[in-house]
Design a protein around this ligand. Structure first.
Ligand code: PXP
Length: 239
């Protein structure tokens, strides 16, 4: 069964747009948990543009018997916060100043000298480490080499191609990377641009353990409410 982790960054983005306290991403996390999700994801960016340190502390407190997936750049600052927060899973992501959202996986090959120590530090403190991965077989092999437990495949190309003539081609790329991860005994997560429509095909990837979904569920929530939007997604994923 695939686990669903709801990414609450979008609630924080809306809050920060007015500089006040609403909507609170911690409330969003609570609603998602009550609706039955398996975990909560939050990305504390270096520039604090959406999720704030206080959100991370409070999400940690309310995610009980479920998983907190902490998305982080592999910086000293974020490693310290992860060590204090102790999420069940740290997902290493790249950050580029000015990007609208995470644009691709980590270039693990380029950072191969530095990442083993980062991964080891987090794993020694009891956290599972996943690396947001480019759809590239050498990058996935490099993720294994630096000691990651899992890779999170970047599903934006598939999500954006869904329903177009490019869908099959993009899905095949994902499926091949998924097979390689399985062969390397890397756990498999996926995320970016997934929704209750394109998840139907994602479910056919046999070794997929977890998806993290943010934008589409908060977009649906504007019209049908967050609890309903989460339940709609759960129904597709768990049926
Ligand atoms: N996974 C990672 C690593 C991400 O950076 C994001 C976006 O914050 C997501 C998953 C969720 O993507 P989306 O908001 O498109 O569902």
């Amino acid at each position: 069964m695939i686990n669903l982790s709801i990414n609450v960054d979008k609630a924080a983005t809306l809050r920060q747009s007015r500089g006040g306290s609403e909507p609170d991403p911690v409330h969003a996390a609570a609603v998602a948990l009550v609706a039955g999700v398996d975990g909560i994801t939050a990305h504390l960016r270096g520039d604090r543009r959406h999720i704030q340190d206080r959100d991370v502390e409070l999400i940690r407190k309310i995610v009980i018997h479920k998983e907190f997936n902490f998305e982080m750049a592999a910086t000293e600052e974020m490693i310290d916060i992860a060590l204090k927060t102790k999420p069940e899973q740290c997902t290493l992501v790249p950050e580029r100043e000015g990007e609208l959202t995470t644009e691709n996986g980590v270039n693990v090959i380029k950072e191969k000298a530095r990442l083993p120590k980062v991964v080891e530090t987090l794993k020694d403190a009891g956290m599972r480490v996943s690396i947001f991965s480019m759809l590239n077989e050498d990058q996935i092999r490099a993720a294994k080499d630096v000691g990651a437990d899992r890779v999170e495949l970047f599903t934006e190309p598939y999500g954006q191609a869904f329903g177009t003539e490019n869908e099959d081609k993009e899905f095949e790329k994902l499926a091949k990377c998924a097979e390689l991860a399985d062969k390397l005994e890397l756990g498999l997560n996926a995320g970016h641009d997934l929704d209750f429509r394109n998840m139907r095909r994602m479910k056919t990837i046999p070794n997929l353990l977890e998806v993290s979904i943010g934008h589409s569920v908060f977009s649906r929530a504007v019209f049908i409410g967050l609890e309903n939007a989460v339940k709609e997604l759960l129904q597709v994923i768990k049926s």
